[in-house]
Design a protein around this ligand. Structure first.
Ligand code: HEM
Length: 256
């Protein structure tokens, strides 16, 4: 959680996997571990787990129809996880846009990066527990969040009703598996799933800081795809360990 050092992959009492923003949310650790095991057979001690994560993100984007961007490599792996930092510093879907912008700023990313990188929610899913507060008992005046399209709200109410909160819905309704700019079009149609998505357009601070960018990306798919690749490179450069700092782990779940 200090930067892109693969610390999220470490097991143990301090594990960032157990931090509230990650627990039951971050998936696919077994995929990273399997890639790393294959790599260690082919070329031992050469590719860090931090680089494996960056490459997996690149190919995930590419294979779902997104842009091809060059990933910088050479990160080394951290020796320790820090659950407290993971709990305190990761943006939450319940944060308002001003707070999310600040969280990004704290790691050297700007407001434009917030909008571009939120565009990653063009693929994937979220559990009901993270948006069901928008569907019932929302406020004294409105039982449902008025910034959510009523038809979307009623289909989500059906999906989430009676469950344990772990049912999942598409972050980008109607286009969950394609990496495109449909997410931004949905936000303009009040079809964002998380409050932190819809807030980019519908909240007062989002209207001031981010709405115009959402509109721009909703009109211009090429610009989104191109800017997304650049922003991923910037995010992947957050405090990497280089030189003789850290190590190349043999297994991603434990320091050597
Ligand atoms: C702006 C701040 C962000 C917030 C508040 C946020 C929040 C969330 C939440 C709550 C989920 C659902 C987790 C669950 O169901 O347990 C999610 C999923 C996801 N997020 Fe974000 N996120 C943010 C930024 C990002 C960024 C920067 C990326 C990548 C560039 C990203 C990529 C994803 C993807 C791909 C999923 C779907 C995962 C899956 O289907 O397994 N998010 N995010």
């Amino acid at each position: 959680m200090q930067g892109c050092d693969g610390s999220i992959l470490l097991d143990g009492a301090e594990s960032e996997k157990l931090a509230a923003p990650n627990l039951n949310s971050v998936r696919g650790y077994e995929v990273i571990d399997a890639i790393k095991a294959d790599l260690e057979k082919a070329c031992p001690g050469l590719v860090s787990c931090a680089d494996v994560v960056a490459l997996a993100a690149k190919y995930g984007v590419l294979l779902s129809g997104g842009p091809d961007y060059d990933v910088l490599l050479g990160r080394r792996d951290g020796l320790v996880a820090n659950q407290t930092l993971a709990n305190n510093n990761l943006p939450s879907p319940f944060d308002n846009i001003t707070v999310i912008i600040q969280r990004f700023k704290d790691v050297g990313l700007n407001t434009t990066d917030v909008v571009i990188l939120s565009g990653a929610h063009t693929i994937g899913r979220s559990r009901c527990v993270l948006f069901s507060g928008r569907l019932a008992n929302f406020s004294a005046a409105n039982s449902v969040d008025p910034t959510m399209d009523p038809a979307l709200a009623s289909s989500l109410q059906q999906l989430c009703r009676g469950g344990d909160g772990n049912q999942t819905a598409a972050l980008d309704a109607g286009s969950a598996d394609a990496f495109d700019n449909h997410y931004f079009k949905n936000l303009l149609a009040k079809k964002g799933l998380l409050s932190s998505d819809q807030g980019l357009v519908s909240s007062p601070d989002g209207a001031a800081a981010t709405r115009a960018l959402v509109q721009a990306y909703s009109y211009n798919s090429q610009r989104f795809l191109c800017d997304f690749g650049d922003a991923m490179v910037r995010m992947g450069n957050i405090a990497p360990l280089t030189g003789s700092a850290g190590q190349i782990r043999k297994k991603c779940s434990a320091a050597n």
